[in-house]
Design a protein around this ligand. Structure first.
Ligand SMILES: [Zn+2]
Length: 259
């Protein structure tokens, strides 16, 4: 069996991005991707040994129960129990990221959930806050069970819930339908936590500040984001793409142009 080079490369690219964007540290983190019946996962000590500059050749491939297919199974990241247990329990999940982003960790280490207040966290994650699980020995099976329990609870509350949780004094676990989604979730949660912390630091003592959410958006509000939007009023005079004087009239993107 041959390794899918694109998948291995995508894991390396995401690893580098996580470190460059300060979404993880040199101490740890790990990334995996499911491709059919195979799991692609990074080596142990990718941060401390390689400063997150890892090669696609180092990515290990196994089956869903960590039986090796390509590479040395003994070199797989220590957080494998959580990664594999997530895949075994959620058939729609094809990527898992574990990382150590500072701002969500500030919340987790105060045993606080992270409310979704930033624009994108409200759009993509919604009303469910990012919860912390109990303090747990890293890399343990009990950690895997607690992460999966938290994710199942989220899905019970909301059938398409984003699967994200924090571990106090440790890090973040995120599962996505693909690697891109998982990475974007990490970034969104980090930015949301950062916004909350900075806002409090800078303005909590300012009597003019208002730290409440003034407008609660509904799903219907957010759905309008995808509507086609005209950017000028019918009757607006302008020079079109062919250099002709034109009067703008309502444009329908689904109607084929005669030009
Ligand atoms: Zn960790």
């Amino acid at each position: 069996m041959k390794k899918n080079k694109k998948i291995a490369e995508s894991i390396c690219k995401v690893a580098k991005l996580l470190y460059e964007k300060e979404l993880t540290d040199l101490a740890g983190g790990n990334i995996s991707v499911r491709d059919g019946n195979l799991i692609y996962i990074n080596e142990v000590m990718s941060g401390p040994k390689y400063y997150w500059s890892i090669s696609p050749d180092s990515i290990i491939v196994t089956d869903l129960c960590k039986i090796p297919v390509i590479g040395d199974v003994n070199l797989i990241t220590r957080e494998a129990p959580t990664h594999y247990m997530i895949y075994q329990n959620f058939s729609d999940i094809n990527a898992v990221i574990h990382c150590h982003p500072l701002y969500p960790l500030v919340f987790a280490s105060a045993h606080m959930n992270i409310p979704n207040v930033s624009e994108m966290s409200r759009v993509m994650i919604g009303e469910q806050p990012i919860e912390f699980i109990e303090e747990t020995v890293p890399s343990s099976k009990i950690q895997a069970k607690r992460v999966v329990e938290n994710f199942k609870k989220r899905r019970k509350e909301k059938k398409d819930a984003a699967l994200i949780c924090t571990v106090p004094f440790h890090g973040l676990f995120v599962a996505g339908r693909n690697l891109n989604e998982a990475l974007v979730y990490v970034d969104i949660v980090n930015n949301c936590a950062k916004l909350l912390i900075y806002r409090k630091l800078m303005f909590a003592d300012n009597p003019d500040s208002d730290l409440s959410i003034r407008k609660k958006f509904t799903k219907e509000d957010f759905d309008t984001m995808n509507d086609f939007k005209e950017v000028c009023e019918t009757g607006y005079k302008y020079i079109n793409a062919f250099g002709e004087e034109t009067i703008y009239k309502r444009y329908n993107p689904n109607k084929k142009s005669s030009k």
